[in-house]
Ligand binder design. Structure first.
Ligand SMILES: C[S@@+](CC[C@H](N)C(=O)[O-])C[C@H]1O[C@@H](n2cnc3c(N)ncnc32)[C@H](O)[C@@H]1O
Length: 178
């Protein structure tokens, strides 16, 4: 096993890979998705597959403590972090000493454009209504994990998945500023 800052992942291992997989609760900790996507592309062999399933940015805009579905946080990132204080930990019942958390909002378009600019061809995008963790105390247990109460389930996505393939050419797409 190799442990490293994911933004330095290419330098931490040798060789090219058939598959790069990013799981739940990941890129919201990263300020710079272009750097992240460049690591993904750098680790893949040409023709290799990238797969990500993560919390949907529309979910992260919702106030988890509100009594109904209520928007509270930005959907679109502005480059700066959102700060919060939370002593609890997803790793158990204990409390953490350093409770300040920094997270960065990334819209779905920002995620997809970072991957495209790194030379990945997006093959498929899906959005899901269940989560492997209880994002809000109002979520209910379902066979796949947790979800909003049934009457609200179709109102907002909980996760997204993207499948992409590394192309032979680096295909930088012009930004609106070009
Ligand atoms: C919410 S957990 C998700 C863990 C795992 N994906 C899962 O589904 O169980 C977030 C993890 O990201 C790690 N993390 C945050 N920033 C990172 C970075 N820059 N490089 C590598 N790991 C990082 C944290 O240490 C933590 O283990």
């Amino acid at each position: 096993m190799v442990e490293t800052d994911v933004l330095e992942a290419r330098a931490a291992v040798d060789g090219d890979f058939d598959l790069v997989y990013t799981s739940i609760g990941t890129i919201n900790w990263l300020p710079d998705l272009d750097r992240w996507a460049a690591q993904v592309a750098g680790l893949l062999r040409t023709g290799g597959t990238f797969y990500i399933r993560d919390g949907h940015p529309a979910l992260y805009a919702i106030d988890e403590h509100a009594h109904g579905l209520q928007l509270r946080y930005p959907y679109f990132g502005n480059g700066g972090p959102q700060q919060s204080n939370d002593e609890s930990t997803y790793a158990g019942d204990g409390k953490v000493t350093h409770s300040r958390t920094y997270q960065w909002a990334h819209a779905l378009s920002e995620i997809m454009n970072a991957l495209i600019a790194a030379g990945l061809q997006i093959l498929r995008v899906d959005e899901g209504t269940t989560l492997p963790w209880k994002f809000s105390p109002r979520m209910v247990e379902v066979p796949e994990g947790f979800a909003w109460p049934e009457s609200e389930r179709a109102l907002v996505p909980c996760t997204y998945t993207i499948i992409a393939r590394k192309t032979a050419m680096n295909s930088r797409v012009p930004s609106p500023a070009d």
